[in-house]
Ligand binder design. Structure first.
Ligand code: NAP
Ligand code: FE
Length: 374
C-alpha cells in the first residue's frame, strides 16, 4: 500500500497534565493569547490550570473569550486583531472544537494579511503562531488536526481552512475538565468522534495506520456507549466518571488522528447543512446520518461495512441505528424543499470525491429522505 503518514502534534495526556508540565509552554515564547468560549473554560478548571502553568514559568497572557459554537469568520478576525494588538508569541486554545478551530484561524491571521475571499484557499505564508490545544470536549479531535472549520455565511455552510501549518504543536489531554460536560453534549461529541473514525475508514485516503487508529477508536467508543445510554435514561451525569471520560477523550483524539490523514466523507458533508440551517448540533447531525450512509456504502462495499460492524460488535446496520436512536431520541422535522437545498450544497463539497462510495445528488436526497422519513 502506498501512503504517507505524519502527525506532528505532541500529545501529553493524563489528569493534571498541564500543571505537571508547565515548562512546555515556555518553549513558545513569553506571551500567550488564550482563546476560549464564553464560560466553560472558567467553570471546568482548564483556564485556571493554564494560568497556573504560565505563572509558574513567569509568562504573560491576554484572554480572548468570545468564541461561540460553530465559530464565525468574523470572530476569527476579531481574535486575530487582539493577538496583533497584544503582540503575543503563541496561542493556547481551550475548549471544545469551536475555540480550538477559531484559534487555528487566529494563528494564521495574527501574522499574515489574508482577505476573507482567500481565507479558505489553502495558500498561506509559512509564518503562523504556534498553537497549544486543550480540548474540553471529546469529539472533534481538533487538537490533532490541520483543520479549522468556520461558519461561512456567504456560502451558507461550514468551510474548512486545511493546512499543515495549523496542526497544534502540543495537545494536553486531561479528562477531568469533562466531568461536568452535560449528558447531551457528551453524547453529541462522542458520536462526532465515532463518525470521524468510521468515515476515516470510508475515505479514499484510508490507509494501514489510519484504519488501525480508527478500529481502536470505534471499539473504545462502542464499549462506552451503554454507559451513555444509561446516563441519559437515568439523567445521571455522575455515571460518566473520570475513567469513562478518559476513554472518550483518548478515543476522540485517535479519531482526530484518523481524519488528519483521511478527511471526512459524505456524512459530514450532509451534516453541515443540518447544522447551518437547522441549528442541529454537529455530532448529532453526523449520528442521525451515519447509519443511512453505511447502508448506501454496503451495497458496493459489503466487506468494508462488515469490518466496521464487527469492530462495533453489532450484527447489522439496523442495530447501529437503534443504538443511535436510543442516544438521540426523536428526529427534527425537515421538509422536502429543505432536503433539495441541502443535497445541492453537499454535492459540491470536497467530502464527496473523498468518499470511497460517492453518491450523486439524487442519492443524497434519498439518504436525507430516509433519515427524516419523507
Ligand atoms: P463546542 O461548540 O466547542 O462547545 C459546545 C458547548 O459545550 C459550548 O456551549 C461550550 O461552552 C460547552 N463546553 C465545552 N467544554 C465543556 C466542558 N468541559 N464542560 C461543560 N461545557 C463545555 O463543541 P464541539 O462539539 O467540541 O465542537 C464543535 C465544532 O468543532 C464545530 O464547529 C465543528 O464543525 C468543529 N469540528 C472541527 C473538527 C476539526 O478537525 N477541526 C472536526 C469536527 C468538528 P463555552 O462556549 O462556554 O466554552
Ligand atoms: Fe466532526
Amino acid at each position: 500500500m502506498n501512503f504517507n503518514y505524519s502527525m506532528p502534534t505532541k500529545i501529553i495526556s493524563g489528569k493534571d497534565c498541564i500543571r505537571n508540565n508547565s515548562a512546555v509552554f515556555s518553549k513558545f515564547g513569553k506571551k500567550a493569547l488564550i482563546v476560549t468560549g464564553r464560560k466553560s473554560a472558567v467553570l471546568n478548571g482548564s483556564k485556571a490550570d493554564v494560568l497556573f502553568a504560565l505563572e509558574e514559568e513567569g509568562m504573560e497572557c491576554v484572554v480572548f473569550n468570545k468564541v461561540m459554537s460553530n465559530p464565525t469568520i468574523a470572530c476569527t478576525y476579531e481574535g486575530a486583531k487582539v493577538a496583533r494588538e497584544s503582540n503575543v508569541d503563541f496561542i493556547i486554545a481551550i475548549g471544545g472544537g469551536s475555540p480550538i478551530d477559531a484559534a487555528k484561524g487566529i494563528a494564521i491571521l495574527a501574522v499574515q494579511e489574508v482577505n476573507e475571499e482567500d481565507l479558505f484557499s489553502g495558500q498561506y505564508k509559512e509564518e503562523v503562531l504556534p498553537i497549544v490545544a486543550v480540548p474540553t470536549t471529546a469529539g472533534t479531535g481538533s487538537e490533532v488536526t490541520q483543520y479549522s472549520i468556520l461558519t461561512n455565511d456567504k456560502l451558507e455552510t461550514k468551510t474548512s481552512i486545511a493546512t499543515p501549518l495549523i496542526f497544534p504543536k502540543v495537545a494536553f489531554l486531561d479528562p477531568k475538565y469533562m466531568l461536568e460536560l452535560s449528558i447531551t453534549n457528551t453524547i453529541n461529541t462522542t458520536v462526532d468522534a465515532l463518525s470521524h473514525a468510521v468515515e476515516g475508514m470510508l475515505s479514499v485516503r484510508a490507509n494501514l495506520i489510519s484504519d488501525a487508529l480508527a478500529l481502536t477508536s470505534i471499539s473504545m467508543i462502542m464499549n462506552a456507549l451503554n454507559k451513555l445510554v444509561e446516563a441519559k435514561e437515568m439523567d445521571k451525569l455522575s455515571l460518566l466518571d473520570l475513567s469513562l471520560r478518559e476513554t472518550l477523550l483518548e478515543a476522540s483524539t485517535l479519531a482526530g488522528m484518523v481524519i488528519a490523514q483521511t478527511g471526512t466523507t459524505v456524512v459530514h458533508a450532509m451534516g453541515y447543512s443540518l447544522t447551518y440551517f437547522k441549528g442541529i448540533d454537529h455530532g448529532r447531525a453526523n449520528g442521525l446520518l451515519l447509519g443511512t450512509y453505511l447502508t448506501f456504502v454496503k451495497k458496493e462495499k459489503p466487506d468494508l461495512v462488515g469490518r466496521i460492524l464487527k469492530e462495533m460488535q453489532l450484527e447489522s446496520i439496523s442495530e447501529f441505528e437503534e443504538c443511535m436512536s436510543s442516544l438521540f431520541g426523536a428526529k427534527e422535522e425537515i421538509t422536502e424543499e429543505e432536503i433539495k437545498l441541502y443535497s445541492k450544497k453537499a454535492i459540491t463539497t470536497k467530502n464527496i470525491p473523498n468518499s470511497q462510495v460517492a453518491p450523486n445528488e439524487e442519492e443524497l436526497r434519498e439518504m436525507f429522505m430516509s433519515v427524516f422519513s419523507l
